[in-house]
Every structure is written in structure tokens, then in C-alpha cells.
Design a protein around this ligand. Structure first.
Ligand SMILES: [Zn+2]
Length: 231
């Protein structure tokens, strides 16, 4: 099984090949902090498998996820938007494979490839929309609705209904106490939507979980976010 990044696979063949010769494949262990907010962005990362989070951080160090990133996206928006540093903490929520390219090389390629420039700006727009949606979601939707949405979005991105995630991780990305994660997970498990034990989650009934999720899932997450290319 081979995995690819959708932004890169959508490029015209010549431009994709030119960029590919300047990229390197990396694996990012679960829990790795790729960037802290304010860090200079030396590399852009295009995930081919796994899951990364963009986390907004308070001055006290509290964090909440504003967007998740899988093989439909990339890390390095500040390069496209002409900023030297990232505004977010970037964390690997699951073990992730990616291709990375140095920032100065990506900047040069953006000047040469209108297709690449257009694709990454369009993705930047999608991330801004998802960030705004996350704010609305956190304010107006229940913990069980938000947990349902998050599990569906994560499952879409990794192409699996099995997710190795702890309560602590879920509390972190959802910005709620661990006790609230437990309560929400119990509701979903008792309803038969998921199975949960010791950091191991299985989505048992995707259709029912979609019905339990808030409308934000349908508004910003795409069921076709899975990328799994047979080799
Ligand atoms: Zn919501």
C-alpha cells in the first residue's frame, strides 16, 4: 500500500516531478511537536499518511485544536502567506508519514508553478474556514457532538475506523476536561456508535456517528479526504 498527498498528486506531472526531486520522505512519531507557535518554518510538510493538528495556544500554555491535517493538506501556510513564523503548535496526533521540502525551495517553486500556488492558496482558504468553524463548534455544540465530528474527521484522514488515541489526547484537541471526554465517549459507546478501551477507539457505526455529530462535520470535513493509493 502506498500513500500520497492530494495537493501534490493534483499538480501537473512536470511540476509534480520537479518538486518531488526536491522533497524528502520523513516519518513523524506520534506525539512529536513539529513546530511551536512562533517558531520559524524551515520546512513544509505534506502528509501522505497519519494525522497532524494545528493547535492554538494561550499565554498560559493551554491549547485547543483549530484544524486537523492529513493527506489532503500540508503544514507551512506561513510560507505561502509570506510570514516567517507559524502561529500554531503543530503536533502529530498519530504516527505520520510525510514528504517535506525546505521553505526557500517551496517559495521558489511557488513563483514558478501557478498550479502549486493556486492549490496552496485554496488550501489556505479551507484552513481559515475550518478555523472559524472550530470556534463556532466549540461555543455552540456539545462534547459528544464534537467528539463524534472529530473521530469521523480523523478516520477520514487516516482511512481507518480504528484510532489509537487516549482520553488525554482527545481532551487536548477538543479543549475540554478529560472527564467530559469520558462522559461523551460513554454516551457514544452505549449507543453502539463506537467501542473504546484504554486509548483504542473503533468506529463501529459510521452512519450513526455521523447522525450524532454536529453539522460542522458535513460543513467542513470531506468524506473523500481518504487517500489510499494502491501500489
Ligand atoms: Zn460543531
Amino acid at each position: 500500500m502506498a500513500y500520497e498527498n492530494r495537493l501534490l498528486t493534483a499538480l501537473p506531472p512536470g511540476e509534480r516531478l520537479r518538486l518531488a526531486t526536491r522533497c524528502e520522505h520523513v516519518t513523524i512519531p506520534k506525539g512529536t511537536v513539529l513546530y511551536e507557535a512562533g517558531d520559524p518554518v524551515q520546512y513544509a510538510y505534506f502528509p501522505t499518511h497519519g494525522l497532524l493538528s494545528r493547535l492554538a495556544i494561550t499565554p498560559n500554555g493551554d491549547a485547543i485544536e483549530v484544524a486537523m491535517v492529513g493527506s489532503e493538506g500540508f503544514i507551512g501556510l506561513s510560507i505561502v502567506l509570506h510570514s516567517e513564523a507559524t502561529s500554531y503548535r503543530i503536533v502529530a496526533q498519530l504516527a505520520t508519514a510525510a514528504v517535506r521540502v525546505r521553505a526557500e525551495i517551496l517559495r521558489a517553486e511557488l513563483g514558478r508553478s501557478s498550479a502549486l500556488h493556486h492549490a496552496l492558496l485554496r488550501y489556505a482558504h479551507d484552513v481559515l474556514s475550518e478555523t472559524a468553524r472550530s470556534l463556532v463548534c466549540h461555543r455552540f455544540h456539545s462534547s459528544s457532538q464534537r467528539l463524534s465530528r472529530w473521530l469521523l474527521g480523523a478516520g477520514d484522514r487516516v482511512g481507518s475506523d480504528t484510532l489509537d488515541l487516549t482520553h488525554e489526547c482527545l481532551a487536548h484537541v477538543l479543549g475540554i476536561p478529560r472527564t467530559a471526554v469520558t462522559e461523551a465517549a460513554v454516551v457514544l459507546q452505549d449507543a453502539g456508535h463506537i467501542w473504546y478501551r484504554h486509548g483504542h477507539i473503533i468506529i463501529k457505526n459510521r452512519l450513526k456517528l455521523r447522525m450524532a455529530a454536529c453539522a460542522c462535520y458535513r460543513a467542513t470535513d470531506r468524506g473523500d479526504a481518504r487517500v489510499r493509493v494502491a501500489s
